[in-house]
Structures are given as structure tokens and as C-alpha cells.
Ligand binder design. Structure first.
Ligand code: NI
Ligand code: MN
Length: 228
């Protein structure tokens, strides 16, 4: 049992969950840091945190090519269907559904959510993924700090994927507090350095996390992977 997490740049992830390819927020074609092309990625499922263009990204083209199941809140799932993708699964927060490759729940997030054409995207979300081997991953999505991250941490998180870039999401200070709330074994920072307004000294942030928490920071270059 192993889960390989590959950072595709910005908030886009490619997960290999015991052999099942799963994409998260596949923003690739307009992503200056993209480590893969939409035509090259594989997906059995695509998980979306919210409706913003830097997260929905290339979902429609990838889902049409691969037949991937698009998993998101109801508003986004229905929007995806209106774009011609019928393989959808709508959810709402704090309820696990067993997709076979993993149990998945949406969480709350403190952000906004509208789709690229202006359609209402429902409430923004994070994602909890519990793999059959027991691994637990929390992908916060775009969010500010919120104290219920402590409740999420109580589940025992092996890997937390947190935005650290600021301006649109938590910046380094808030993300450090988030690590203290969640207490994950490891933390993967994302949503930084893609654009000038979210430039961050990630090595400096990692030093702070290593000094002030017991969590290990995983710094990846776009295209880099971490296995848990
Ligand atoms: Ni956003
Ligand atoms: Mn974003």
C-alpha cells in the first residue's frame, strides 16, 4: 500500500493511490508552474476544492478524454455536467463516501467559490482522503485559517497540503498556525510562487515549521513527488 503525491504546480496534485490515478485541482494549461500537460495526465477521478479557474483548470478536457469521475460539491458537479461531462459525484461537507480507491469527504474552507463563467460555485471546500491502507491526507484547498482545523487534525493526518502564498489564502504566518492546529506528520506547502502576489520564501517557512512544530515539511519542485 502506498500513496505517491506529485505536485504539478500551484494547487494541482497527481495522486497515485495504490495504483489508481487521481487528480486534484488540475490547473495546468494556464499555470506558469505546470509540470504536466492536460493531454498527458491520467485520471480515474478528479477532486475539486472549489470553482475558481486556478483549481477547476483543465478538468473538463481531462474528464472528457479519460472518463474520470469528477468529485466536488453539488454546485460544481452540476456545472461540470452542464459542460458535457456526465461522470460526476456531488457531495457536501463532513460526510465520507467510499469511492473504492479511498474514502473521501469534503471539509469546510474559508474562501469564496465561483466558476470561470461566473456561475455560483457553492461553498468552497477542503478534501479529506482516507486510503484503504490507513493513510490520511488533508488537502485544505484555498482557505484562511480556521480553528476547526483542530478537529480535522484529531483524525490523525499523515499529510496536510496547505496553501502558504497569502493574498488569496493563508500566508506563511497563518499556515504555521494551521500546522500547529492540525499536527500532521508531514506538510506539503502549495499555492505559492505561481504569481508575483504569492511569492514566498518556502525554505524560510520550512525552517520556522521545523523549529516551532513537530511536523516535517516536504518541499517539492513542480513535478516532484513524495510517497507515504
Ligand atoms: Ni480560490
Ligand atoms: Mn486558488
Amino acid at each position: 500500500m502506498a500513496i505517491k503525491v506529485t505536485w504539478l504546480g500551484h494547487a494541482a496534485l497527481a495522486l497515485d493511490v495504490n495504483g489508481t490515478p487521481v487528480l486534484v485541482d488540475p490547473f495546468l494549461s494556464n499555470n506558469p508552474l505546470a509540470a504536466a500537460r492536460p493531454s498527458d495526465v491520467q485520471a480515474r477521478a478528479i477532486l475539486l476544492t472549489h470553482g475558481h479557474g486556478d483549481h477547476v483548470g483543465d478538468t473538463i478536457a481531462i474528464a472528457k478524454r479519460t472518463g474520470a469521475l469528477v468529485i466536488a460539491n453539488n454546485e460544481i458537479a452540476n456545472w461540470v455536467a452542464r459542460q458535457g461531462v456526465q461522470t460526476i459525484h456531488g457531495m457536501n461537507p463532513d460526510a465520507y463516501y467510499d469511492f473504492g480507491f479511498a474514502r473521501v469527504a469534503l471539509t469546510i474552507a474559508f474562501h469564496s467559490s465561483s466558476l470561470p463563467d461566473g456561475a455560483y460555485g457553492g461553498q468552497p471546500n477542503g478534501i479529506l482522503l482516507h486510503a484503504p491502507g490507513g493513510e490520511k491526507i488533508y488537502i485544505a484547498g484555498d482557505t484562511g485559517l480556521f480553528s476547526d482545523m483542530k478537529l480535522i487534525g484529531e483524525q490523525g493526518i499523515d499529510l496536510a497540503v496547505l496553501p502558504i502564498g497569502g493574498n488569496y489564502t493563508m500566508g506563511p504566518d497563518e499556515a504555521l498556525r494551521a500546522v500547529q492546529f492540525i499536527q500532521p506528520t508531514a506538510v506539503l506547502p502549495v499555492h505559492y510562487n505561481t504569481f508575483p502576489v504569492i511569492q514566498v520564501d518556502v525554505a524560510g517557512w520550512a525552517r520556522r515549521v521545523h523549529t516551532e512544530t513537530t511536523s516535517k515539511v516536504i518541499i517539492l519542485d513542480p513535478g516532484g513527488s513524495h510517497t507515504l
